[in-house]
Design a protein around this ligand. Structure first.
Ligand SMILES: NC(=O)c1ccc[n+]([C@@H]2O[C@H](COP(=O)([O-])OP(=O)(O)OC[C@H]3O[C@@H](n4cnc5c(N)ncnc54)[C@H](OP(=O)(O)O)[C@@H]3O)[C@@H](O)[C@H]2O)c1
Length: 305
């Protein structure tokens, strides 16, 4: 083993959200890389023993827990969970950045999203995107030796989770959404592959630790392309476009979801031509992310009636 490897072996990466999808992917990729010691952070460490080399308590709503969580860490991965009740992403991230600075952390990786407010000229309100973008400046200005922004895509997993096909009025299974299904606007990916980018960034700070934006993108599709891909694999899904105004009244929070789809349609998920960022992310990850069709064949089984 080289000198460099042995010193890296001592370096600890502390991972917020380690029990979730993004942080869990980061834990697994860091473990596979075997270059760093992994400290999984959770509000309930006792329920997740054995998840990583160390499992330590951290609650972003209780900044006093973050001192021990980041103590001696070389790197921190931070994701905040907009959807968890009581989450104030700005407050949580500010506390995490401050605690990481105080602990002497050298490399901070923040899972961000595009600034929809700026990109849409204030027309679209998508707080789970814009709220994260507003944190970028805090990370940048904190003055870490290295910092990296990763961008999670529209998870393929959403299509078998929160956005799974529903029974439609005509009896078919499918989607009713306020979105032109012909417009190619959705940057998508298998969220379990986010960790390859994050672990790569920690391993290559000179290439990826100077404020680079690294999006995970396995595919870039319209909704019709999503439906066609699935139907070629044996599904019989339908798609109905509904006016935004009608969709926005369907359930609590629907207005924000409607604005999210309007944003994808008008500006794309990433909001700009991101060819170079995606290419760099794949280089840093050391592999190409999975295409939707490949993921779907394994994870979107055809129901046999
Ligand atoms: N779904 C999508 O397509 C999509 C796309 C892009 C971005 N996102 C973003 O992804 C984020 C969610 O990430 P995820 O999918 O990895 O979530 P997830 O699988 O639901 O896991 C949430 C994680 O957050 C941790 N957590 C929540 N509150 C915490 C707190 N107060 N202190 C410390 N840890 C806390 C939980 O840890 P413990 O319970 O163990 O404490 C858990 O590990 C959201 O902000 C969302 O906007 C989602």
């Amino acid at each position: 083993m080289s000198m460099d490897m042995s010193s890296n072996n001592e370096k600890v990466i502390a991972v917020i959200g380690a029990t979730g999808r993004q942080g869990g992917a980061v834990v697994r990729a860091l473990q596979a890389g075997a270059q760093f010691k992994v400290r999984a952070l959770s509000r309930n460490p006792g329920e997740h023993r054995g998840l990583a080399d160390e499992v330590v308590k951290a609650d972003l709503n209780r900044p006093e827990t973050l001192k021990a969580a980041f103590e001696g860490a070389h790197g921190v991965f931070l994701v905040t969970n907009f959807w968890e009740q009581g989450t104030d992403e700005l407050k949580q991230a500010t506390a995490a950045v401050r605690a990481a600075k105080d602990a002497g952390v050298k490399h901070f990786v923040w899972s961000t999203l595009p600034d929809v407010e700026a990109i849409s000229g204030g027309k679209l309100q998508v707080p789970h995107f814009t709220g994260k973008a507003k944190i970028d400046r805090i990370v940048k200005e904190a003055g870490f030796a290295h910092h990296t922004f990763v961008i999670a895509p529209f998870y393929y997993q959403s299509l078998v989770g929160a956005l799974a096909p529903q029974k439609q009025a005509d009896g078919s299974l499918g989607w009713t959404l306020p979105l032109d299904p012909d417009v190619r606007g959705i940057h998508m990916g298998d969220i379990t592959e986010l960790g390859n980018i994050v672990a790569g960034a920690f391993a290559h700070p000179d290439e990826a630790g100077n404020g680079e934006y690294l999006p995970l993108v396995g595919d870039f599709m319209s909704f019709n392309e999503i439906v066609d891909t699935l139907n070629r694999q044996g599904h019989k899904f339908s798609f109905n476009q509904v006016p935004k105004e009608a969709f926005a009244t369907l359930f609590p929070g629907a207005a924000e979801i409607a604005d999210t789809f309007s944003y994808f349609q008008a500006h794309t998920y990433l909001g700009s031509d991101s060819y170079d960022q995606i290419a760099l992310a794949n280089t840093i990850a050391g592999r190409q992310p999975s295409k939707f069709s490949t993921w779907a064949r394994v994870n979107f089984p055809v129901q046999i009636p």
